[in-house]
Design a protein around this ligand. Structure first.
Ligand SMILES: NC(=O)c1ccc[n+]([C@@H]2O[C@H](COP(=O)([O-])OP(=O)(O)OC[C@H]3O[C@@H](n4cnc5c(N)ncnc54)[C@H](O)[C@@H]3O)[C@@H](O)[C@H]2O)c1
Length: 328
């Protein structure tokens, strides 16, 4: 018995990296999968049918069920077509997982309009294009799973204004869907993954590793903590019936760790009996709202702080499994 026996899924960007791992894992868990990938270069240019075809071949070779889709998630009509293909091939759609992504990194003052538009189109508009069409089915059948890849870059990556904005936009979209669709039995959750794929090869750190070892991080990843397939188990679980109670949440999946982010909340309030004078705010801020302000998290090594927790901060909850929780 697989966790997803009888389910049908659409995974976008499933020809490579994290999406490939998710498609393989969903199929291993029993789901029938539409493997979408346009086969673009990292910058979003070009098309290639081989990545999606190869993943379909792998799934079938392992005894699973999959069909390829070579459309672009950035196109509204093609987004609908991916969802329809899932329904036509497998009779339904239960899971939509948006993983497709591209990078066009540039500082805000150098970014062109094209660089902005292309990244927003694939990540954020792409999420809408498939979630919109899938949600119409989900509402009718009163069940469904929406999972989309966000990124810790949403938390302020300085050289990625387009990507960071798209990934923060995905959080807003997921929270909106979570609240709108809960009454129909649908859940929507976002993941901030991390794994050594070609996306990481393109970063300064990726290039440094290449210079030191002669190999790209993506070539060294298989079987290690940086393996992109490590993200997939969380997705399989969230896509399953067992995760019905998990809605509107944001998880980090990196290495062998799964972490929960807090919901944004108000932590300090200044209240007046009348409208504020700017001078009053200037005078009161330093000791109240303006005291010890922190920079947005992506500037300060967001997930790496977990690695620095002392051993005794962790609780051993099962053999080989440790749990840590911040004081709430
Ligand atoms: N790798 C990481 O550490 C990391 C970190 C944070 C977020 N993410 C996110 O995870 C997702 C997967 O990233 P990855 O590292 O596996 O990247 P990847 O480049 O290995 O894979 C992305 C896939 O998306 C496909 N794609 C691009 N544009 C498309 C389009 N318009 N329509 C359909 N498919 C398209 C590409 O062809 C590619 O196969 C992305 O959304 C990325 O932003 C990755």
């Amino acid at each position: 018995m697989g966790m997803l026996d009888g389910k049908a899924a659409l995974v976008t960007g499933a020809g490579r990296g994290i999406g490939r791992g998710i498609a393989l894992a969903l199929a291993r868990a029993g789901a029938s999968v539409v493997v979408n990938d346009v086969g673009a270069a990292l910058s979003g240019e070009g098309t290639d049918s081989r990545p999606a075809s190869e993943v379909v071949r792998e799934i079938r070779a392992a005894g699973g069920t999959a069909v390829p889709n070579f459309g672009s998630v950035a196109d509204f009509a093609q987004g609908r077509q991916m969802v329809e293909q899932c329904v036509d091939e497998f009779g339904k759609i239960d899971i939509v997982c948006h993983v497709a992504g591209i990078l066009r990194d540039r500082m805000i003052f150098n970014m062109t309009e094209d660089e902005w538009d292309a990244v927003i189109a694939v990540h954020l508009k792409g999420a809408f294009n498939v979630i919109h069409h899938a949600s119409r089915r989900f509402r009718e059948q009163r069940s469904g799973r929406i999972i989309a890849m966000s990124s810790t870059s949403a938390l302020g990556a300085p050289g990625q204004p387009n990507y960071g904005a798209a990934k923060a936009g995905i959080l807003g979209l997921i929270w909106s869907c979570a609240n709108a669709l809960e009454r129909y039995g649908v859940t929507a959750n976002a993941i901030m993954p991390s794994a050594a794929t070609r996306m990481i090869d393109s970063t300064p750190r990726g290039k440094e590793i290449f210079e030191q070892t002669g190999r790209w991080p993506s070539e060294l990843a298989a079987g290690t903590e940086r393996d992109p397939e490590n993200v997939a188990p969380l997705i399989v679980f969230l896509a399953s019936d067992a995760a019905q109670y998990i809605n509107g949440q944001v998880f980090c999946a990196f290495g062998y760790q799964v972490a929960l982010l807090p919901q944004p909340r108000i932590v300090r309030v200044l209240r007046h009996r009348r409208r504020w004078e700017p001078e009053e705010l200037r005078d009161l801020f330093p000791t109240t709202l303006g005291r010890d302000l922190q920079p947005p998290p992506a500037a300060t090594g967001f997930t790496s702080r977990i690695q620095e927790l002392p051993d005794d901060a962790w609780q051993e909850i099962a053999p080989d499994i440790r749990f840590w929780a911040a004081r709430e």
